[in-house]
Write a protein that binds this ligand. Structure first.
Ligand code: SF4
Length: 90
């Protein structure tokens, strides 16, 4: 059964979209598939703690201000590296 809210289905409908590819990958990571949506999957992706995952900074369903701070280069404690703090002090 097709579900327009399923990230895998959204990617099938628009297979050249990078953002939908990332969304589908994160959805799969938290247990979703083309036939199954895990309850609370958006919150699971939003609160992902795998900072070493290459998709961490690009994952969907994050608060808007988290995305804006990345775009503006504003310090975001969640995404700052230890060397960023050192560079700020210098
Ligand atoms: S960012 Fe998090 S939810 Fe997305 S693929 Fe990586 S580990 Fe999974």
């Amino acid at each position: 059964m097709k579900n327009k809210f399923n990230p895998h289905q959204q990617l099938i409908n628009n297979p050249t979209s990078r953002s939908l590819a990332i969304k589908a990958m994160c959805a799969e990571c938290v247990g979703c598939s083309i036939n199954h949506l895990e309850k609370g999957f958006r919150e699971d992706i939003s609160s992902c703690l795998s900072q070493h995952c290459p998709l961490y900074n690009f994952r969907p369903y994050r608060p808007k201000n988290a995305l804006n701070s990345l775009k503006k280069g504003v310090d975001d404690p969640q995404t700052m590296r230890p060397q960023d703090e050192c560079e700020k002090k210098a």
